[in-house]
Design a protein around this ligand. Sequence first.
Ligand code: MRU
Length: 394
Amino acid sequence: MTGATLQAIRYQRGSLEIIDQLLLPHETLYIPINSLALGHDAIKTMKVRGAPAIAIVAALTLAVVLVDPKTAPRLTTAQDAVAFVLESLEYLKTSRPTAVNLFDAAHKLAKGVQEAATKEGVSGADVVNKYLELSEKMLEDDVKDNMNIGKFGAEFILNVWRGGEDLRVITHCNTGSLATAGYGTALGIIRALSGQQKLTHAYCTETRPYNQGSRLTAYELVYENIPSTLITDSMASALLAQNGDKIAAIVVGADRVAANGDTANKIGTYQLAITARYHNVPFIVAAPSTSVDLNIASGKEIHIEVRPAVEVTTLRGPVVEVSSGSEVQFKKSADQQSVVSETIAVAARGIGVWNPSFDVTPAELISAVVTEKGVVLKQEGAKNFDMKAFLSSH
Ligand code: MRU
């Protein structure tokens, strides 16, 4: 198991680099993030994506900016430093709207520095140090939380599985090392099952329109040597109809889980939950407690990001330069830094497009929510989860 090897985020104090996920799976290129504008752009344009990864990149972007010698002279007093942190976090929060982890991280960081500034004799440097400590801990905690999600999720699936030795799982979008600080949530459960030699096969959906499944999850599954198959989103019901007796669960991540368990996740999640119910297959949401938004009673209150039409009407890939035998080579940019990419139109010109990036799966269709604190189940006969009761008692 090489869970910690593939890292979307490389950080050490003063330096942050992320894999540019727009280039995956064709090229693994780390790009530096050393300004608020670069951090904001990386999140908005999906160079980094996935709820926990977005939150951590935003938090660490500001950590890097705060120790930049160009910033320090502006932060002499504690009040200056707090004002700078709050203003920067507000800006970073405008990058993407749906995943709550970004807002949760920004809230915790803002509260932390504001509390630190109330102590007597505190300087701007002390406030900065408090920010660094809090944001660096978020990076550490996310990996630990994911490993616990993997453990609890694998245990839960093995407990409810009534099939034989051939245990398969379907997943959607990307929830692995690339979408988190490391290891992954739903993909963490797949890793854990595979590590225990209990998983015979994983299926990942392509996840149109942005192809997080075929670009990222498939890349991680191949990287980890987990036996796996890619399907298009429209093939899931047919797979369950033909092989349902071998599918132990559909496991997905979350961008925001409401207090009743309604879950916003990548578009297509809802239809998977419907087909899981029809085929009597457990439908499991895997998410850290930072993805739970207790401020909203149900999924109706979740703001769903609508993304540009061009993501639906085109596909993006590298320019193939030479193809000899099975070796495909990609054309490099003039500075040889990255592959040259090409956009291919796949829709009739002039067609209208609706491109919601997420949908909301009602709690009723979800069998369990696996968090780092344990597995949340419904009370006997209830349609909804009580996320608040679970989180406050764990
Ligand atoms: O638009 P994206 O790629 O940021 O959406 C990602 C997802 O929906 C993931 O499934 C979710 O964030 C969980 S990541 C552990």
